[in-house]
Design a protein around this ligand. Sequence first.
Ligand code: NDP
Ligand code: GDR
Length: 348
Amino acid sequence: MSTKPIALITGVTGQDGSYLTELLLSKGYTVHGIIRRSSLFNTDRIDHLYVDPHQHPNLFLHYGDLSDAGALRDVLEDIQPDEIYNLGAQSHVRVSFDQPEYTVDVVAVGVIRLLEAIRSYQKHSGRSVRYYQAGSSEMFGSAKPRQHEDTRFQPRSPYACAKVYAHYQVINHRESYGLFACNGILFNHESPRRGETFVTRKITRAATRIKLGLQDKLFLGNLDAKRDWGFAGDYVEAMWRMLQQDAPDDYVVATGESISIRDFLDLVFGRLDLDWQRYVEIDPRYFRPAEVDHLEGDPAKSRKRLGWEPRTDIRTLAAMMVDSDLRLAEKEVVLRAAGHGGTSRVGF
Ligand code: NDP
Ligand code: GDR
């Protein structure tokens, strides 16, 4: 019988899911991920980790959805996980204003569906599970920086309100049923795998395409917001560490430094020897009905209790994303020259 620890990840196809899968596989885990059925392939970020099921795989994928309680229960019964990382979400703040009810269903109700599935599974199997909840600095909303574990939540979007519900529901399951459940309160974290509609990746994609003559303009919303941006690869390590502690708790994960969108534009366009002011235009459609002006986290508790340190500063992160997107843009140039068209994308 295998003694490898078994992890289940919701949101395995997302940015964080892919880095966490890499980390857990490197630690000898068997990893199971829940994926959504899509009309197009949606596993790009984890394709490099997937091994043909006829060989000796240690990554398995299951169809499911946080809106489907029965499927969640079935997966738990089938795989009997030791650790569950709930990363699945409609994670775009601006989109949550357009799809508030759907966002709440996945981000808030999805959590109680999963927690109840775990409670029932633990009860009848006699096994115990450790649970990680992907909480967000967005929960702090308009609270003054630097925000820490005891800062009062002042959420400013349907997404943030849903994450606040999830946060307290996790604490409620911990206190009511003794579930080993942790809330990570993660500040923004980015990478070359970041979704292209989040502002950092939108900027690095556009700047590199502008550099190679594939694009003329970049349309953005509010440039004054400040964020504490770290590297996703560093942050998934903190998730794992939370579940290895003797007791469950809640932790802020952040770098402790913040810069504005303008400053990020300077870093990115500067690396490409371009002046962003010549290319960036403001489009009010990217404004949000309510904005979160300044997030900057205090990671002291994670440092002290988890021994966790952010290893990547914002300059290094921006360079990593620019260099990766430059390679993508170069490929696009080659494809276009061969008559294969370009990539105009829709989204916020
Ligand atoms: P992504 O948007 O990159 O990934 C989200 C994942 O959730 C994808 O795998 C997506 O699947 C999946 N998903 C979406 N809807 C559902 C659903 N109904 N049921 C099951 N899965 C679903 O997010 P990140 O990787 O950046 O973030 C991971 C988690 O951390 C999210 O919960 C996010 O809210 C939270 N978070 C992120 C931060 C960040 O800065 N990145 C900061 C703080 C919190 P598909 O690929 O099919 O769309
Ligand atoms: P955020 O990330 O809302 O912090 O949520 P995002 O990159 O979307 O926005 C950051 C800031 O940039 C401003 N902005 C723009 N944002 C987008 N997306 N597109 C634009 O064109 C644009 N122009 C300016 C925004 O107004 C905002 O102030 C992310 C997500 O990953 C959440 O899931 C996660 O919980 C939080 O980070 C922490």
